[in-house]
Ligand binder design. Sequence first.
Ligand code: GLU
Length: 596
Amino acid sequence: MPWCYPNPWTGNTKRVRKVLALLLVLALAALTAATTASAREGSRFHPAVETRLGIVATESPAAAQVGRDVLERGGNAADAAAATVFALNAARPQSCGIGGGGFLVYREANGRSDSIDFRETAPAAFTPDTLVPPGLHKTFTGHLTVGVPGTLAGLDLLLHRYGTRSLAQSIAPAAQLARRGVPVEQSLSDSMAANADRLKLFPAAAAQFLQNGEPYPAGSILRQPDLARSLELIARKGTRAFYGGEIAQRIVDDMHTGATQPGDDHKLELGDFKAYRSKSRRPLVGGYRGRTIVSVPPPSSGGTTLLEMLNILSGYDLRGLGPSSADELHFVAEAQKLAWADRNKYVADPDFVDVPTAGLISPRYGAQRRAEIDPAHAQTYEPGTPPQSSSHHKPGGSPADTNPQASTTHVSIIDSRGNAIALTCTIEQEFGSAVVAPGTGFLLNNELTDFGDPGTANEPGPGKRPRSSMAPTIVVQGRTPVLVVGGAGGARIIMGVVDSVLNVIDFGYDIAHAVDAERTDDPTGTMTIEDARIDASVLDELTARGHTLARVGEYDIRPRVQAAGIDPRTGVRSGVSDPRTDQATLAQRYRARRSR
Ligand code: GLU
């Protein structure tokens, strides 16, 4: 009977196991120390908020409280997101609201994912040449820049599909914030000052967002009774109050009578509102170093560009090269320029243009593009020919979305059950078109300025959606959403998301370090670089390779990222707001008594 004989290993098994366990712990500690040490914390670094329940990451304290409250009352991630976005309309009106649009990616705890496109849409009378003649729209302002808003239809669809609460319940806290007033954040006060001249062109906008022509000071209270009335009307009558009723009528009336400036043209009519639909679209799914990346499909370029870049970068050992080494920054910049050339040429509204989406995000095409990179020299690149691209493609590339004031806002939420949502909403630039139709109480977007030139894939067209850069994304490891991320900042959003993904996957940073770390952005040959934390020798080496650097110090103002994630080992959820923006990430404190 073998167990009767002393086995030379048996007596030592416990000790050997202990030694092995100790070695493993030491190795893990060394690895953690190595990764943390390589993430140089900036002066505004702050740790993530942690919980075993739900988490809401936003850049609005008042809206984050609304989202958390929904979780604490038993709502799920979809419910919390809808209520948070309505609240953002009251608390961060310069960035988001029912006068705008956006995109979301939702991943249920069971692993199913979905994406909703609630992008603004051009009126039926819009043609490729509509934005060509001079006019107020050239300053990203006025009635002609306004697309049919999609936010309300998008949130309604989200609630209908995944929510447990009604539209009216989701709107109620926002209506209350609008009626009772919200504290004005410094960011809102600054933005009111920066946009005062534009707001003064439209009396209802000036009356709502300026006090005797001056910005509200930070800490003062902003009351928006017209917004409260609009929200309460929608809560009572549903989306038809907006798309088929009083609110659309007020907007259209203002289109016809609200111009105070020469060159403030308009195209939006009632029929455009009635025709609007938010769209459920299959999210893009890709792989990167064993993780699954779920992101937003066209008409946003966020997902295709992210996935094409990751496919290109998968051929390099970025971790071995080291974060913010000259090689790592070089390969990321080259991958971005390659993906950007394709984005500019091919990505537009897929309901109007034959976008070779599957080709753009195929690993094989990524490898093909990677072969164009010279490790020693910065280059500029032509668009490639992804599989499935056809001769129908318009010839010209169209960078467009060059508005330097672009600004939107993002919400990342995970609930206690593990449902996750990344939602980006916008009215395009801060204060959008600057138009508020009298009596409505919300800003109208200037999203149609995201269209490109006539003759390009992204040219304007009737009923068409302009290409976006919004990039709500969920990174899944095994079955766990380890990073739920997105950001604000126009075309710069994409690199905010790419850098966060690389920092988590390649460099093993926790989400707080991933979002805090220095960023670069090099769409077409000038590398904007947060250089303060980067070694001088690295900057010299990049210049020697031919990169043109635009140094912006420690933190640039864009992009602004919101992130959340679940630790697959412990189940702990963490969330963080970009240190470049207002800090408004909150953890759920207790479970609802009756959790649905
Ligand atoms: N209009 C931009 C886009 O759709 C969003 C605005 C912003 O983030 O700043 O890409």
